[in-house]
Design a protein around this ligand. Structure first.
Ligand code: NDP
Length: 798
């Protein structure tokens, strides 16, 4: 007689298909074409159409209208028209709409899950249990923020009309990540779904109609990259939020440089998955399944680089291979399927080509043994061993169910390998030793770190990258700032742009010298804690009151900037000292500056021509700012976010690393101090370009820094032609963030030049700021801009 044991041994999964009649009926009713949603109406006119196919069957699901510039324009007009009223609604009213959207999505959860699986190819298990519940969660969470915006974001207003462009890997979830915070903050939106996965966005638009969302608040325009580019180019859009490839992120950064549009980028990744030898190896194997075989590996934060400590590597690979044998690849609508279809024929081709290249480069490929369906875009879960860190598959985001695995010996080597990438989106760290795991979490350069877990997502936590994985966050309080603009910034008026003049080669007889300055005021650059002669060997006359020469300043060049960046890069220890230590050093700076008040006030007067009283007032402001940022050094701290149960999610404010700062011409002393101090208070190292006309105020600070225990390389100062120096700084790959306070042209140049490593920029766009007014030139906004948030997830419990 057959024993239960035998049945258990031979038991196979039977088919467990999810019903899709409701979705089929929905598609049939829209057979005439899927249209845009503009100003509260569905518009299916337009000749150019494209098909969206089910990647698991290759069958056409629907034909979708391609959005033209005219439709983008109509959508922007509708959004602009709706903005005035929507942004003025009490937060509570907006919250009610967002709650209603969340409720309606929940009521139709199964419909959305099936539609998403059919359009994207991802397993129903995931859309049902992960995507759609997270979508509802996102709208609930942000309904809560809408309720509280007036009190929690005092001094901030919505940005305006937001253009949002999303990819195909989490179609409805990415829509929720974009639309929920935008609406909560009071913005209106024009969103473009990816051409491969337009369907759930259309079903979402129907929900907007159902709940009576005012027309024009949400507009959806379908189309390919051309439609996305038209959104970016539209003059009446105030902000672009983009998720997708780093390549397109770079195109967008360049396209909107100088337009004044706000920008957030959530880009690609090649995230490390670090397994220490004391890890729970079985747990870590399940982690790999969730890290790289979840959603067919089409996940920007996928743990696609497995780093295993040498002693356990073979055992770990063995377990992984055995686990791979049990993975079921097939019909996404089957409830027993682990891995579905890749989104499109092109993506399958791209993944296959990269895997082939990996094999050709000598890496060893391990593929799950199961048979793939005959039709559809399927790819077996795979991983490579014997990889060289320089091989293609190690560096390129494959965006398919393919990981690379390599070994390390020490925790230092693990951190080095983890950071050996241009990306910095996420990391997963496995160890039973919490000290070791948290130490690695601190060292890894990534916006999200999961300890003993992976791919944890929640609306209550910020998500977003370091380095070329983009900037800005989505989710939590930090994500909401992307959809606000401070009232101070909004009120700034365009400055009169004066030509910055460097007097060079003036005939000797025309130069008038003030006092003894000819002899004792030939400043140098300040690099790595030392005064250094300008590389080009030239200095320029600094003119003071009435055009008299009051001294000379170095005419810095590209090499000087590069040397300064190198010195700043070497001073990494500054970010690691305690905030209290940094505060002490800054207090000391203030104390030493105060002791030389007379000299600075006199120089301020002489240089800018302002009265003694005005000079004294500017000095006082600068001095108070130093004490303010010394005080903030250990107070601008992070948060513990409320996310999933039995997890602490630590939102840590981390310094960028090396920052470039270009100071304005106005209030040259107060402004210089107001910019450099918050940056170093937060642990950054700075390469600062002083005011071109009044550089001696900055160069006179050298001795103050020297005598106040500011470590060499933490502050570096280069003087000269501001925009020439700014360009080199903005282009430099080692500079992670850049602040530029100058003209409109210079601001555009900095944004454009920042494309290389996609550094975060803050530019003044030619608007004037009153540097003596605390409301405009001091405060948490400066500290927020001097940091990036890293979210570290730590589970607890037995
Ligand atoms: P893209 O970055 O090209 O697409 C993302 C979105 O941007 C889509 O809606 C796309 O439109 C749109 N778009 C394309 N070009 C422009 C443009 N010039 N201006 C404005 N918007 C534009 O990703 P792909 O879909 O082409 O995928 C290519 C690779 O990118 C993948 O293999 C993967 O490696 C990576 N990727 C990374 C993602 C991430 O989250 N990190 C997400 C998706 C892809 P449309 O697609 O409709 O033409």
């Amino acid at each position: 007689m057959e024993q239960i044991r035998d049945i258990m041994r031979t038991m196979e999964y039977g088919p467990a298909p999810e019903a899709n009649e409701e979705v089929s009926a929905w598609l049939k009713a829209r057979a005439a074409g899927i249209g845009h949603f503009i100003g509260g109406k569905f518009i299916a006119s337009g000749k150019e159409r494209f098909a969206t196919v089910n990647p698991a069957t290759e069958a056409e699901l629907a034909r979708v209208v391609q959005g033209s510039e005219a439709e983008v324009d109509a959508a922007v007009k509708a959004a602009r028209g709706a903005f005035a009223k929507w942004s003025k609604l009490p937060g509570h009213e907006r919250a009610r709409y967002l709650y209603a959207i969340a409720r309606h999505i929940q009521k139709r959860e199964r419909f959305f899950a099936v539609l998403e699986s059919m359009d994207n190819g991802k397993p129903i298990r995931e859309t049902r249990d992960i995507d759609i519940p997270l979508v509802a969660r996102h709208f609930y969470h942000h309904a809560g923020w809408a309720e509280m915006v007036e009190s929690e974001f005092e001094g901030f207003s919505p940005v305006g009309v937001c253009g949002q462009i999303i990819p195909w890997n989490f179609p409805l979830l990415m829509l929720a990540w974009k639309i929920a915070p935008a609406l909560a903050a009071g913005n209106t939106v024009v969103l473009k779904p990816a051409e491969q996965t337009p369907l759930t966005a259309t079903a979402f638009a129907e929900i907007c109609e159902e709940v009576g969302l005012p027309a024009g608040v949400v507009n959806i325009v379908h189309g390919d990259g051309r439609t996305g580019a038209a959104i970016c180019a539209h003059e009446d859009i105030d902000k672009i939020a983009f998720t997708g490839s780093t390549e397109v992120g770079r195109i967008i950064r360049e396209a909107i440089a100088g337009s004044g549009k706000k920008l957030s980028l959530e880009l690609g990744g090649k995230s490390p998955f670090i397994v220490f030898e004391d890890a729970d190896l079985d747990g870590a194997v399940e982690g790999v399944v969730d890290a790289i075989w979840f959603n067919q590996g089409e996940v920007c934060c996928a743990g696609s680089r497995i780093l295993v400590q040498e002693g356990v590597a073979e055992r770990f690979y063995d377990k992984l291979r055995r686990r791979m044998e049990t993975l079921r690849v097939g019909n996404p609508l089957d409830k027993g399927i682990d891995v579905g279809a890749v989104v499109s024929a092109e993506q399958l081709q791209r993944v296959s080509a990269l895997v082939k290249q990996g094999e050709e480069e000598g890496c060893t490929l391990w593929r799950a043994p199961g048979v793939l369906p005959e039709r559809g875009y399927f790819f077996s879960p795979s991983f490579f061993t014997e990889v060289d860190p320089a091989s293609t598959v190690c560096g390129v985001e494959i965006f398919g169910p393919v990981a690379v695995a390599m070994t390390f010996r020490t925790p230092e080597e693990a951190a080095e390998l983890a950071n050996n990438t241009r990306y910095g989106l996420a990391a997963s760290i496995w160890s039973e030793n919490i000290n070791l795991a948290l130490d690695a979490a601190a060292k890894v350069k990534a916006g999200v770190v999961w300890v003993n877990c992976t791919n944890m997502l929640d609306a209550g936590s910020g998500f977003g990258g370091y380095r070329e994985s983009g900037f800005g966050r989505e989710g939590a309080r930090e994500g909401l700032y992307e959809y606000f603009v401070s009232d101070v910034e909004k009120a700034l008026k365009p400055a009169k742009e004066a030509e910055i003049f460097i007097p060079r080669g003036a005939p000797e007889e025309e130069r008038r010298f003030a006092g003894l300055s000819r002899i004792d005021r030939t400043a140098k650059n300040y690099v790595g804690g030392k005064q250094s002669r300008p590389d080009g060997g030239y200095s320029y006359d600094v003119l003071g009151k009435g055009g008299a020469v009051i001294g000379q300043a170095p005419l810095g060049n590209r090499k000087d900037i590069r040397n300064a960046v190198e010195a700043a890069a070497k001073a990494g220890g500054w970010g690691g000292v305690t905030a209290h230590n940094r505060a002490q050093v800054l207090y000391y700076v203030g104390e030493n500056l105060d002791a030389r008040r007379e000299e600075f006030e006199a120089l301020l007067s002489e240089s800018t021509g302002q009265s003694a009283k005005a000079a004294s007032a500017e000095f006082d402001v600068a001095l108070r700012r130093i004490f303010y940022y010394a005080a903030q050094a250990d107070k601008y701290d992070g948060a513990v976010h409320a996310t999933k149960s039995r997890h602490v999610t630590l939102a840590m404010n981390e310094p960028w690393g090396v920052m470039g700062i270009v100071a304005p011409e106005e209030a040259p002393f107060a402004a210089f101090v107001s910019l450099v101090l918050p940056a170093i208070a937060m642990g950054n190292r700075v390469v600062a370009v002083s005011s071109t006309r009044h550089p001696l105020l900055a160069t006179n600070l050298y001795q103050i820094f020297d005598t106040s225990d500011v470590p060499g390389g933490v502050v570096n100062i280069v003087t000269g032609e501001k925009d020439v120096l700014a360009k080199t700084l903005a282009e430099h790959d080692e500079v992670a963030a850049m602040w530029y306070f100058g003209g409109k042209k210079g601001s555009a140049m900095v944004e454009r030049a920042s494309c290389g490593n996609l550094k975060a920029t803050w530019v003044s766009d030619g608007r004037a700021r009153d540097w003596l007014d605390d409301r405009q030139a001091r405060g948490r906004e400066f500290l927020r801009r001097a940091t990036q948030v890293k979210n570290i997830w730590v589970p607890y419990g037995e």
